[in-house]
Structures are given as structure tokens and as C-alpha cells.
Design a protein around this ligand. Structure first.
Ligand code: ADP
Ligand code: MG
Length: 348
């Protein structure tokens, strides 16, 4: 976001929510300033992830400079709130039960079947904070694990494990005057609950499916009076879209826009929260976004592949951590497939 802001003359500073230190997002140098003074100095405050301590969120909300709103951020951060909003707006989603006692799992199995995904209602991401039940025989072991948690503090959302056809997401941006610019749907491939690959535009999307996604986005964005980039994850079953979850921020499945669209999601988010006109979301080429996960170092030889772009985040390596991504661009899907194969040759 800082890199996207620079050419617009927008300077971005970051707050590390782990210790409230103020950091230059590019150099990662700590900036000697107090949080209160920073809040006073800046024009706008926004978020790049939703798991923000509530006292910090309240403090920032009090400044009147926060976009999207505190309500939108809290909704994205809490699966119970999210499910309630989906129900209120009559938006199709995955059948679920909310539980605050481990014993309620039996009733959930009776209702939803024995194949379940159990999700902590807060602080989960990339498949963390999730447990899977494949059959009833695993129930005692799972209950034992879940009994370690304080479910009154953080309830569980128990979902039926769906056998969907594929996962799609819609990343779009809304300005404070209600203008909306949509990127095309992306098709997303997950492994162990974590996004590995996005292809955009998703192949084989007809107008009806597109319209369905946009209608759902509009309902959500309008009900939250949303400003900025909002992302909606879907499961596709036949011609029907079910909402999996929403993210009140730029999204990993929108990283392809850095090369594949006229204006990237980061710039459009900044434009929206700063009250600037939204940028064109026109696709410039079919793009595959490939996450680089958990790896320390590698050669850069794959940059010889035409259309291969690397974005390395410079983060400390950890197992399963997203360290960077490739964007692969090509003239058409067939060429894109070849480019993906060429990249695979370089990967361990
Ligand atoms: P996270 O916040 O970690 O992204 P999600 O709820 O999106 O959590 O779950 C991560 C992934 O797990 C999804 O993208 C999907 O691949 C799989 N998943 C989640 N819920 C279900 C479900 N009810 N049925 C089948 N797969 C699911
Ligand atoms: Mg998700």
C-alpha cells in the first residue's frame, strides 16, 4: 500500500499492533513518534488486516479518521458477527451452528452431518484456528482438544464441510459517495486451508454468475456503508454462490491486480479512503498469482520467464508464512498455462 501510495503523493506509515510501534512499511525502521501524536497528524487511518486489538480500534475510531468503519472491521474479524450479517441480508452461506460448549458438538453433528469444519470465531487466518472432523469416531479426540479453549470468550462456528466445485472471490472497491469498481472474479486454489494460487479473471464465468457476485457485494458494502477495498470469498456449487467469508481489506486473491489490472487493489483502496476518484479495474492480461510460502531464499532465475514478476515481502521466514508471491501474466489462458509450467520447473 505504501508503494502504491508513493506516486500519488500519499505517504503511508504503519502501526505494528503487536507493540503499537510506528514503522516505515518499506524500510521497516521504527519511527520515533507516539501513537496518539500520529493519530492526530494523519489525514486518514485504514487497516491492512482485521485482527486488531479492540482498545486500539476504539482509540482510532474515536479520531473519526478510520475507513472502513469500525463496524465493518469488527464484522470481518468475527465469524459470529459475519454470519449474523449474512443472515440479516439473506445472503446464501454455508450451513452452520454457533457453539459455546464442547458438548454442543454432538447436536451440531446431528444437524449438519459428520463432516465438519470448526472455526474459531476470532483471530483465524490462512486456515489457522480451524479443526476438521471427517467422521464421528474422531469426535472424542476433537472434543478433548477444543475443551482447552475458552468458548465463552471466543465461540466456535461449526460449518458443514461442503463439496464445492471451486472457490472464487470478488475484490471490489467502494468510495464514500457510493461508486463501486469491481475486479473480475478470481478462481482460488487452497491447500490445507491456505491460498496457494489465484487465477484472474476466473475462467468460465458467465454473466449470471458475475451478476450474482456483484449483487452480494453490493448488499454487503451498502449495509456496512463501506469505504475502501472489500473482498468476498465464495464457494461455487453449480450455478450458485455461497459466501464463505468477507475480508474488510485488500486481499491475497487480489494481489494479481499489481500486474494484471489497470489500477491495483492497493492504489484503489488508497484512492477510496482518501476520497479520490476510483481507478479503472480493467484487466490488462490474464494473470496467475502464486504464493511463496515458508521458504527462506531462492534464486531469481525464473525472472527470465516472460511475464514473470516477483513480489518479495522481506518478512522473517516461518513455516507456512506467506513470504511473497509471483504474478505471471500472459496474452491468453493457454499461454498462461505454459508460463505456469515454466515457473514450476524452477520450484523445488
Ligand atoms: P481463513 O480465514 O483461514 O481464510 P476460511 O474460512 O476462508 O478461513 O477457510 C480457509 C479455507 O478452508 C477455505 O478457503 C476453504 O478452502 C476451506 N474451507 C473453509 N470452510 C469450508 C467449508 N465449510 N467446507 C469446505 N471447505 C472449507
Ligand atoms: Mg478465507
Amino acid at each position: 500500500m505504501a508503494l502504491a501510495g508513493y506516486p500519488l503523493g500519499i505517504s503511508v506509515q504503519a502501526v505494528d499492533v503487536a507493540d503499537n510501534k510506528i514503522v516505515d512499511p518499506v524500510t521497516k525502521q521504527v519511527i520515533n513518534n507516539s501513537l496518539n501524536r500520529l493519530i492526530e497528524e494523519v489525514d486518514t487511518i485504514t487497516v491492512e488486516f482485521e485482527h486488531i486489538p479492540e482498545d486500539l480500534l476504539e482509540l482510532v475510531h474515536g479520531s473519526g479518521k478510520l475507513k472502513p468503519s469500525v463496524e465493518a472491521i469488527l464484522t470481518g474479524a468475527d465469524r459470529v458477527r459475519e454470519k449474523k450479517l449474512l443472515e440479516k441480508l439473506a445472503i446464501d452461506n454455508c450451513p452452520f451452528e454457533i457453539i459455546t460448549e464442547v458438548e454442543q458438538l454432538d447436536a451440531a453433528v446431528e444437524k449438519l452431518g459428520e463432516k465438519l469444519i470448526i472455526k474459531a470465531s476470532r483471530d483465524g487466518y490462512d486456515g489457522y484456528g480451524q479443526w476438521r472432523l471427517q467422521n464421528k469416531s474422531q469426535l472424542p479426540e476433537l472434543k478433548e482438544k477444543l475443551s482447552q479453549l475458552d468458548l465463552h470468550k471466543i465461540p466456535l462456528v461449526v460449518e458443514k464441510m461442503l463439496n464445492f466445485d471451486r472457490e472464487l472471490s470478488l475484490v471490489a472497491v467502494r468510495s464514500s459517495n457510493g461508486d463501486i469498481a469491481y475486479y473480475p472474479l478470481a478462481e482460488n486454489l487452497h491447500y490445507q486451508g491456505q491460498l496457494h494460487v489465484s487465477i484472474a479473471p476466473a475462467p468460465q464465468v458467465d454473466e449470471a454468475l458475475n451478476q450474482q457476485a456483484k449483487t452480494i457485494f453490493n448488499k454487503l458494502a451498502e449495509s456496512l456503508d463501506y469505504v475502501g477495498v472489500l473482498s468476498v470469498e465464495f464457494f461455487q456449487i453449480g450455478q450458485q454462490l455461497l459466501v464463505n467469508e468477507i475480508a474488510p481489506r485488500v486481499h491475497n486473491s487480489g494481489h494479481w491486480t499489481m500486474q494484471g489490472a489497470d489500477t491495483c487493489q492497493f492504489e484503489n483502496h488508497l484512492r477510496a479512503v482518501r476520497g479520490l476518484p476510483l481507478g479503472s479495474t480493467k484487466v490488462t492480461s490474464p494473470t496467475a498469482m502464486i504464493n511463496i510460502i515458508g521458504c527462506k531464499a531462492f534464486s531469481r532465475d525464473m525472472l527470465s520467464i516472460p511475464g514473470c514478476h516477483l513480489h518479495w515481502y522481506g518478512k522473517t521466514p516461518r513455516k507456512k508464512r506467506k513470504m511473497g508471491h509471483f504474478n505471471l501474466c500472459a496474452d491468453n489462458y493457454s499461454e498462461l498455462g505454459k508460463t505456469m509450467q515454466a515457473l514450476a520447473e524452477y520450484l523445488p
